[in-house]
Design a protein around this ligand. Structure first.
Ligand code: SPV
Ligand code: MG
Length: 298
């Protein structure tokens, strides 16, 4: 079964699909090992590990490489945050082909203009693309996909840009009609009221997705009650890594030796396990054994 089919199955069978953000193959693998359903290859985190703003600075190829590294490392679906689709409907067409061929389960595109800026940035530019031009991107994405399970998420930025619930709903219906499989309704409010107002009014059949970064105190049970089918914890892994490293580095710089700091880091053994060094050693043994049977080694 393809990863896109796995994702569709999760959506069919679970009250809510829990997705966690990653920024590289290792963090994606840790997301998988912790039991999350899927990985979010987010533009904020991938930009941050390249130490550039989340503002369409990296190219499609760079975001693609990051997401496909995650897909290679994981056995759970990877959903790629593809910003505005890196151009117009034609760019989206080629983008979908590339992402689907790499075994990525789905893509998310947002209805802002290129270059976009992160939606949670104070004073950020959140100019919206016209509904028609974004519908064209969704249509192109749909025409480009080979497997009907390849998931196209249309992300609505109406609440982020401040044009209100009615416009958000109007766009959501338009994008569903154009073929979006899921609707991501984004908000930068610190409480979930506007998200719930949207989801309670939603009469479409496309499942709803949210990213509760600013309204982090919302409970999973509440999301389920309000018809949310997927929750994405987009950037907590990146922020935790930044936090842990910053703290440790300060202490390392001032320490005479590393003894006191061992409990702030994973062991070499933990990392060997993660990168499958032990599997590599047993594979070596198995080849040696086969070579012996073939008469190469006595
Ligand atoms: C991301 O994680 O890159 C997102 C979510 O797009 S947000 O940062 O809230 O815009
Ligand atoms: Mg993003």
């Amino acid at each position: 079964m393809s990863q896109s089919e796995n994702l569709v199955k999760l959506l069919d069978n679970q009250p809510i699909v829990k997705v966690c953000g990653a920024y590289d193959a290792m963090s994606a693998k840790l997301v998988e090992l912790s039991g999350f359903d899927a990985v979010w290859a987010g533009s904020f985190a991938i930009s941050a590990i390249n130490n550039v703003p989340d503002a369409s600075i990296l190219t499609m190829t760079e975001f693609f490489t990051a997401a496909s590294n995650m897909a290679n490392a994981c056995e759970i679906p990877v959903i790629a945050d593809c910003d505005t689709g890196y151009g117009d409907a034609t760019n989206v067409r080629y983008m979908v082909k590339k992402y689907e061929n790499a075994g990525i389960a789905g893509i998310c595109i947002e209805d802002k203009t290129f270059p976009k800026q992160n939606s949670l940035l104070e004073g950020g530019n959140n100019q919206l693309l016209s509904e028609k031009d974004f519908a064209a991107k969704i249509l192109a994405a749909n025409e480009a996909k080979q497997n009907k399970a390849f998931t196209i998420i249309a992300r609505i930025e109406a609440l982020i840009s401040g044009i209100g619930i009615e416009q958000a709903l109007k766009r959501a219906y338009a994008y569903e009609k154009a073929g979006a499989d899921l609707i991501l309704i984004h908000s930068k409010k610190i409480t979930p009221e506007e998200i719930f107002e949207f989801s309670d009014s939603w009469k479409g059949s496309a499942p709803l997705v949210v990213i509760p970064t600013t309204y982090y105190s919302v409970n999973v049970d509440e999301l389920i009650e309000h018809k949310i089918k997927m929750v994405i914890y987009a950037n907590q892994t990146l922020r935790a890594a930044h936090f842990a490293l910053s703290k440790l580095l300060k202490q390392m710089k001032n320490a005479n030796n590393m003894s006191q700091l061992q409990n702030q880091m994973s062991s070499m053994e933990d990392i060997f396990k993660l990168q499958e060094m032990h599997d590599m050693k047993s594979q070596e043994k198995s080849i040696e054994e086969k070579l012996r049977k073939l008469g190469y080694v006595s």
